[in-house]
Design a protein around this ligand. Structure first.
Ligand SMILES: *Cc1c(COP(=O)(O)O)cnc(C)c1O
Length: 234
C-alpha cells in the first residue's frame, strides 16, 4: 500500500471509530508519527494532505524540518506542524522550543521551567501537553497521577507555557482492549483537573495498535506511525 492509501485507510478508521462512539470525527486530530521515516515519505504524506507530524528526537526533527525547507519550500507554506512526542532532555529545550508547535511530553517542573525560560528568550508562548504515567511498571517517563495537580499549578504560574492537555502511553500490548483502562483513566483525570481550573483541550492517546480504543474513550489526538509507514526497524 502506498502512503496516500495507507493514510486514507487510517482516516477512514478514525471516522468509523468516531461514528461508533457518537463523536464528531473533526474533533480528532491525526499526528503522523514520522520518527525514523525519511524526508521523501514525509513529503508524500504532506502532499496527501497531512499537516501534523510527530517526532521523538530533537536532532532528527531539526534535520527534517531544515531538509523540508530546502527541498520542498512550497510545502512549508502548508502550515505543517511538528509535535515532540518523545522524552525531552533539559539541555535540548531551547532547540525544541524553536522547532515544535506542541511539546507533548512535559513530565516535571524542572523541564517545564527550562521550556518556559527558553520560550521567554524566543518571545514565544509554547503549547504543551503533560505526559501522565498511569502504570507503575515499565514506563520511564510521565508524571505519576498523584503529582499531576502540583505540576499543573507550577506550570500555571509560568507565563510562557500554555497548558493544552494530557498525553499518555499505556504499556505495550497486542490486545488493544488492554489499553482501554488507561485511556479511560486519562479521560477521568481530565474531568478532575478541569474542575480544578485546568481546562483540557487535548487528550493525546492511541497509537497504531489501539487508536480506535483511544477514540472510543475520548481521544482528541491519536499518534499513528507504523499503520501508515509500515514497521520501523527501531
Ligand atoms: C512511536 C510512537 C508512536 C507511534 O507508534 P506506532 O505504533 O508506530 O503507531 C506514538 N506515540 C509515541 C510517543 C511514540 O513514541
Amino acid at each position: 500500500m502506498g502512503i496516500p492509501e495507507a493514510l486514507q485507510t487510517v482516516q477512514n478508521r478514525i471516522k468509523e471509530a468516531a461514528a461508533k462512539s457518537g463523536r464528531n470525527p473533526d474533533d480528532i486530530k491525526l499526528v503522523v508519527v514520522s520518527k525514523t521515516i525519511g524526508l521523501q515519505r514525509i513529503i508524500e504524506a504532506i502532499q496527501a494532505g497531512e499537516v501534523i507530524f510527530g517526532e521523538n528526537r530533537v536532532q532528527e526533527a531539526r534535520e527534517k524540518i531544515a531538509g523540508l525547507e530546502r527541498e520542498a519550500p512550497a510545502l512549508t507554506g502548508m502550515s505543517v506542524q511538528w509535535h515532540l512526542i518523545g522524552h525531552l532532555q533539559k539541555n535540548k529545550a531551547r532547540t525544541a522550543v524553536r522547532l515544535f508547535n506542541l511539546i507533548q511530553t512535559v513530565d516535571s517542573s524542572g523541564l517545564a521551567e527550562e521550556i518556559n525560560s527558553s520560550a521567554m528568550k524566543n518571545g514565544k508562548i509554547q503549547e504543551i501537553l503533560v505526559q501522565v504515567k498511569l502504570s507503575d511498571e515499565e514506563a520511564k517517563h510521565g508524571v505519576p497521577e498523584k503529582e499531576l495537580l502540583p505540576l499543573l499549578e507550577k506550570i500555571g504560574a509560568m507565563d510562557h507555557l500554555r497548558f493544552r492537555g494530557l498525553m499518555t502511553m499505556p504499556p505495550f500490548s497486542n490486545d488493544p482492549d488492554e489499553s482501554r483502562p488507561y485511556f479511560r483513566r486519562l479521560k477521568e483525570l481530565s474531568y478532575k483537573i478541569d474542575k480544578e481550573g485546568f481546562p483540557v483541550n487535548v487528550l493525546s492517546m492511541g497509537m497504531s495498535n489501539d487508536f480506535e480504543v483511544g477514540i472510543e474513550e475520548g481521544a482528541t489526538m491519536v499518534r499513528v506511525g507504523s499503520a501508515i509507514f509500515g514497521q520501523r526497524r527501531r
